[in-house]
Each structure stands twice: as structure tokens, then as C-alpha cells.
Design a protein. Structure first.
Length: 93
């Protein structure tokens, strides 16, 4: 799940956010990508590329992992490693 710092990405209160189902939270995201566990479990892993276009001002971005399948209770703990590379070509960052 990819969220930004705009009000529409979150509920009015933290208790409202906590009461939302996973699928309701997905409706607030700016982008979401399903993890293909067959690919993700390979040594090369799974890669996502997302182009973000900001129009008004630079924003803070937040990434979250969520299991909306409802099968989490059937699984053992899942270990996740990730690498994030963020580039702002317009400002040379």
C-alpha cells in the first residue's frame, strides 16, 4: 500500500482508521501492488516500479504491507526484506 500525507489517505481519527477493514484501507491508498509470493520467495525477489507525479508540492510518502487475504492465521510468521530507492529527478535528489 502506498499512502501520501493528504487528509484523504487517512480517516478523521486514529480510532476510525483502526476500525477499517483491510479492503477499506485499500480504498484510501494512492497505489497498491499485490505481492506474488512465488516470485517474492525467489532469491531475486519481486520488484515494483512506481512513478509518482506530484502537482501541488512535495509530499511525504508511506509504504505499508498488509495481508487482505484473511489467510494470515493459516501462515507462519512471514519474514520480509525490502530495499527502497526513491529518486526526485526534478530536484536532483
Amino acid at each position: 500500500m502506498l499512502f501520501d500525507d493528504e487528509d484523504s489517505s487517512y480517516g478523521d481519527t486514529s480510532s476510525e482508521w483502526l476500525a477499517m477493514s483491510c479492503h477499506e484501507r485499500l480504498r484510501h491508498t494512492r497505489n497498491s501492488m499485490p505481492i506474488n509470493w512465488r516470485l517474492a520467495s525467489q532469491p531475486s525477489g519481486q520488484t515494483f516500479h512506481i512513478a509518482i507525479r506530484q502537482k501541488v508540492r512535495p509530499r511525504w510518502w508511506y509504504v505499508a504491507l498488509a495481508d487482505c487475504s484473511g489467510a494470515a492465521s493459516d501462515l507462519q510468521d512471514i519474514q520480509v526484506q525490502f530495499k527502497a530507492s526513491l529518486v526526485n529527478d526534478s530536484y536532483g535528489w
